[in-house]
Design a protein. Structure first.
Length: 307
């Protein structure tokens, strides 16, 4: 059993990801872009539009990614939004039906709503971001694309995501691997029948030379807790499921899950997916532990004499 990996990127992907992060910011508190970013963006938005984005019912953005790769041309935000606007509801249904069982009946209303939100977000926020960010995302996609013929699909995804293993199964046929900046250090993973979209965090995207690298921040944070260190020691004995880990450290499910999420985003453990959006097993990621010293040394030695 195997599946095909398609490395894909267009500015539209980041347009959608950035809006998704802004709208769901309360659930993304541990992401690299802090509440200062959210506040700064909000103050630049038109008050009426900012108020509209407070609507918690805006939960269809992740599915728009299933349409991005189907859009012809260069897939700039302007081109994609125009293409989406011109798609009849019946055509949208046919484009989504192979992967989504429960497609809403109000596709015209949802299409018009998404066209409006993406258009305004593009004008009021996305057009003003540093263009180097998009170039770095494009470069990373090219690098990952070059690896397709050199490494296995599973290993390519693990390298890109810093620890996620999507195991082959009878159902899964295609994984879209898409670099993203706004939701770092998280990976946005969605299963749609025979397809999976995997929006992975790009390590080198738009880091300020004067700031602590986010990769180093998440690693040191992950190691600064005795329960997380205990989990690493427990996983050294071999692959374990969630129940075994929870029993070992003796904490509530939500707390255990929180610790595991931090360790995974730091690249210190692997999460193994077997044909669903749920994690089935966890294992120690030795190469992630080996990178800790390299990250610290790289940061310390990058000091140009400043304080």
């Amino acid at each position: 059993m195997s599946y095909q990996v398609i490395v894909d990127f267009s500015p539209v992907n980041e347009l959608i990801t950035s809006l998704y992060h802004y709208i769901n910011f309360k659930q993304h508190r541990h992401f690299s872009l802090s509440k200062d970013w959210h506040h700064s963006v909000k103050t630049e938005l038109h008050p009426h539009f900012a108020a509209e984005l407070e609507d918690d019912r805006l939960e269809v953005l992740h599915r728009i990614n299933l349409l991005v790769w189907q859009c012809p041309g260069e897939r700039t935000p302007k081109e994609f939004i125009k293409w989406l606007q011109d798609q009849p509801p019946g055509e949208l249904y046919e484009r989504l039906a192979p992967w989504i069982n429960n497609i809403p009946g109000n596709l015209k209303e949802l299409r018009d709503r998404m066209v409006y939100l993406l258009s305004e977000w593009d004008v009021q926020y996305f057009q003003h971001i540093d263009p180097r960010m998009i170039e770095q995302l494009k470069d990373d996609a090219r690098q990952k694309r070059d690896l397709i013929s050199k490494v296995s699909s599973i290993n390519l995804i693990e390298e890109a995501t810093n620890g996620i293993r999507i195991e082959p199964n009878d159902m899964l046929k295609t994984v879209f691997l898409i670099p993203q900046y706004h939701c770092r250090p998280a990976t946005i993973l969605d299963y749609f029948e025979s397809m999976c979209t995997c929006l992975y965090p790009v390590k080198s995207a738009a880091n300020d030379a004067n700031e602590l690298p986010w990769e180093l921040t998440v690693v040191t944070h992950a190691l600064a807790d005795e329960n997380r260190l205990k989990i690493l020691r427990f996983l050294h004995s071999g692959m374990q499921n969630f129940s075994a880990i929870q029993s070992y450290i003796g904490l509530a499910k939500s707390t255990t899950n929180h610790h595991l999420s931090i360790l995974r985003r730091a690249g210190l453990i692997r999460t193994h997916y077997f044909g669903s959006k749920f994690i089935h097993q966890y294992s120690l990621r030795e190469e992630g532990l080996g990178q800790v010293q390299n990250l610290i040394n790289a940061y310390i030695r990058n000091n140009d004499g400043g304080v």
